[in-house]
Write a protein that binds this ligand. Structure first.
Ligand code: NAD
Length: 419
């Protein structure tokens, strides 16, 4: 039995080990798949507005490059650790393999609290971090993207800093850029759109539809709010949502656009003044709904929560929201959980489409991007449920990881071991 207190890295390895018995992977190659290829730690001196210099810690991990250039987001958060960055880079390697992108996996992070930094300080930190990792990244090597607390603004600064050193503009070095400098239509809402597509698929797989399905979403940030709005547009009732300060509930469904507007104006979910009741995050996770979507933090669904939750289906929008211990409980209780490496892969898929457009110096329409996203996610979903049936894995996550392991192992076998 697995506990709940394990690190992100040991959770990731547990998930890979569970899939190992179903995958065609030799012991030798499996050992390689468990270990990151390289991890860089950088110290970043940044001038604060007070005139004082502060040293921030930053990381970039390139986990696996067997299937193509490394790809992964950059996270700004006070709790970032090297261990977490490595685990998230491993998760990216599994994700890109599962949705058949020609990429490996990477992740970056800076230990900082963006709420305590001015715009100018974040800009200087971003430029210094980019300088710190610039020997490691590049359009054919490793392509960063946004993650928690980074977005188009930070990607623009990263692209500019990298380009200054190269001596010419290199839009394809990062994805998630603003439209005017090589961003793609559809990137901002891509992860939430992917969550909505996958939620619809899993409901259909169980003979239901999003029409009138009740859904609770933990976290109403970028991913949660777009998933909520797009699912509401498909007829679902988003009965509850939350942020770090607490949540709101309405049994007939929230006005997701109004709540999103309130949050975009700087408001907190709990202070939304509509026809709603307050609810805690703990209560939200245990609501009797058709679908629970954790879209905030890692390890939200612990063994204890898994024992008590009443949702029929879980769709993982956040990275690593369910602990391995909770996975065991959900499998015992026959509650399907669509894993993060599929459910939130919409972001990296549209990042890939942005990179393709940049390398071709060509622009697609929003309709083309969305259609490509839906096609890729739908076929990855079909492959996952087929693997679940064929291999009789205990849960969907193990099926998804089995596919990823197979694809990564095949790449390693073809390429061979150097020297
Ligand atoms: P965000 O910062 O826009 O939103 C996060 C939301 O979670 C906010 O509402 C925040 O208040 C809430 N939250 C934070 N701590 C919480 C807590 N302890 N309890 C309850 N709520 C809490 O971030 P995002 O971009 O929406 O990302 C959310 C999750 O999705 C993260 O796990 C991220 O790694 C994952 N993800 C994001 C993307 C993307 O493209 N943005 C892609 C893949 C995965």
């Amino acid at each position: 039995m697995s506990g709940d207190a394990d690190s992100a890295l040991s959770n990731m390895r547990t998930q890979m080990e569970r899939a190992q018995e179903y995958a065609e992977v030799t012991e030798n190659v499996f050992k390689r798949l468990l270990h990151p290829e390289r991890t860089l730690e950088v110290s970043l001196p940044v001038l604060r507005d007070t005139g004082e210099e502060e040293i921030f810690k930053g990381y970039r991990c390139q986990f696996s490059g067997a299937r193509g250039p490394y790809k992964g987001g950059v996270r700004y958060h006070p709790t970032v650790t090297m261990d977490e960055v490595i685990a998230m880079a491993g998760l990216m390697s599994s994700k890109t393999a599962l949705v058949r992108l020609p990429y490996g996996g990477a992740k970056g992070g800076v230990v900082c609290n963006t709420k305590e930094l001015s715009r100018g300080e974040i800009k200087r930190l971003t430029r210094r971090y980019t300088e710190g990792i610039r020997r490691m990244i590049g359009p054919k090597v490793d392509i960063p993207a946004p993650d928690m607390n980074t977005g188009p603004r930070e990607m623009a600064w990263m692209m500019d800093t990298f380009s200054v050193y190269e001596g010419y503009t290199v839009p394809e070095v990062v994805t998630g850029k603003p439209l005017e400098i090589g961003g793609t239509p559809g990137r901002v809402e891509a992860t939430g759109r992917g969550v909505a597509i996958i939620t619809e698929r899993i409901l259909e797989y169980h003979g239901r539809s999003p029409e009138n399905a009740t859904i609770a979403i933990q976290g109403f940030g970028n991913v949660g709010s777009w998933a909520g709005r797009l699912l509401a547009a498909r007829g679902a009732k988003i009965v509850a949502t939350s942020d770090v300060t607490g949540g709101i509930y309405h049994p007939k469904g929230l006005d997701t656009h109004d709540v999103a507007e309130h949050v975009e104006d700087g408001g907190q979910v709990a202070s939304y003044e509509g026809d709603v009741e307050p609810i805690t995050n703990e209560e939200l996770l245990r609501l009797d709904v058709d679908v629970l979507i954790p879209a905030a933090i890692s390890n939200a669904v612990t063994r204890r929560v898994a024992e008590e939750l009443q949702a029929d289906i879980v769709v993982e929008a956040a990275n690593g929201p369910t602990t391995p211990g909770a996975d065991e409980v959900l499998a015992e209780r026959d509650i399907p959980a669509v894993p993060d490496i599929l459910a939130n892969a919409g972001g990296v898929i549209v990042s890939y489409l942005e990179w393709v457009q940049n390398t071709q110096e060509y622009r697609w329409t929003l309709e083309e991007v969305n259609a490509d996203l839906e096609r890729r996610l739908t076929s990855a979903f079909d492959e996952m449920v087929d693997a679940y049936a064929d291999y009789e894995t205990p849960d969907l996550r193990t099926a998804a990881y089995t596919i990823s392991l197979d694809r990564q192992a095949t790449a390693h076998e073809y390429r061979g071991l150097f020297p």
